[in-house]
Design a protein around this ligand. Structure first.
Ligand code: NAD
Ligand code: ZN
Length: 268
């Protein structure tokens, strides 16, 4: 009797499990797709709430106070939409991989703080686009809390300034704003030290963040892209899985607290 072919997702999953099994140093590169099951909308899905509250580019934010007020209004509208979001199955799987010693770093484009909330130490999380859970002075770098910013805006009708006189902005990297040098360097170092680079939930169209998968591949690492929609880097990947992130990652390391044993160990 002819063997019944496995459905494609199971075959892909087995390959992914084998690649994780064979890896000594893994890096995960995450985008908005890992957080959609937590209620945080991604950027490019057709009916994304980000389209109604489009981020204000950096030069416009700097240009005048009315723009800054509008930027805060849109940010708080988005924050309210997913207030209380908790890490999802993808975040939890990465936390298990970190605890098992497989995963060295998470490079993330996300600003939602959910990797930290999943228990991965902050020093192992490299935030390329900053963090939206607090604010910072653009001059002195001092930290400001969002509830204080909200209070000042409610009371004064104008965005707050820092004690040093500098402009206070969400601690995220806006379109047109320089990338954080230290985070970029750390991401590069982590990328060059891994043998498996796992992209999860990114359209891979935002640069320079999207350059890291190719840096890993050129350096000899295996590249896996787990994303519902095609990405421009799919043809470079050793494995492309176009299914749901939570469904795919949930079983990873979830059985008896050990990594799933791959059924096949053939070269991929
Ligand atoms: P993106 O919106 O461009 O791409 C997300 C990808 O994830 C899409 O291709 C989509 O098909 C896929 N996806 C969504 N849910 C999925 C699921 N359950 N399973 C499988 N695939 C799924 O996101 P990006 O590449 O991260 O770029 C967006 C930019 O906007 C980033 O720079 C980021 O800073 C910012 N952003 C952050 C957040 C966040 O922090 N959670 C959310 C939206 C946007
Ligand atoms: Zn300041």
């Amino acid at each position: 009797m002819m063997p019944v072919p496995e459905p494609a997702p199971m075959r892909d999953w087995t390959k992914l499990a084998a690649m994780i099994d064979e890896s000594d140093v893994m890096v995960a590169f995450t985008g908005a797709g890992i957080s959609t099951e937590c209620g945080v909308p991604d950027f490019r899905s057709p009916d994304s709430a980000w389209k109604r509250n489009a981020p204000i580019p950096f030069d416009q934010f700097l240009s005048d106070e009315a723009m800054r007020l509008e930027a805060w209004k849109r940010k708080f509208a988005m924050d309210d939409l997913y207030a209380g979001a908790q890490p999802g199955r993808g975040h939890a799987a990465l936390a298990r991989l970190f605890q098992s010693g497989k995963l060295s770093h998470i490079i993330t484009q996300n600003i939602d703080g959910l990797h930290q909330a999943s228990g991965v130490p902050a020093k192992r999380i490299i935030e390329l686009h900053g963090n939206g859970t607090y604010a910072q002075c653009l001059d002195c770098g001092g930290r400001h809390e969002l509830h204080d910013v909200r209070r000042v805006i409610a009371e004064a009708g104008a965005p707050p300034a820092c004690a040093c006189g500098g402009i206070v902005k969400s601690a995220t990297i806006s379109f047109g704003q320089a990338m954080p040098r230290e985070a970029m360097q750390r991401a590069r170092n982590a990328t060059l030290s891994c043998d498996l680079f796992l992209v999860i939930g990114s359209s891979l169209v935002v640069h320079p963040a999207a350059s890291f998968p190719l840096i890993a591949k050129d350096n000899g690492a295996r590249l896996v892209i787990l994303n519902a929609q095609p990405t421009p880097l799919d043809s470079h990947a050793d494995l492309v899985i176009r299914v749901d992130i939570g469904d795919t990652l949930h079983p990873i390391g979830n059985v008896g607290n050990s990594l799933p044993q791959a059924a096949e160990k053939t070269p991929l």
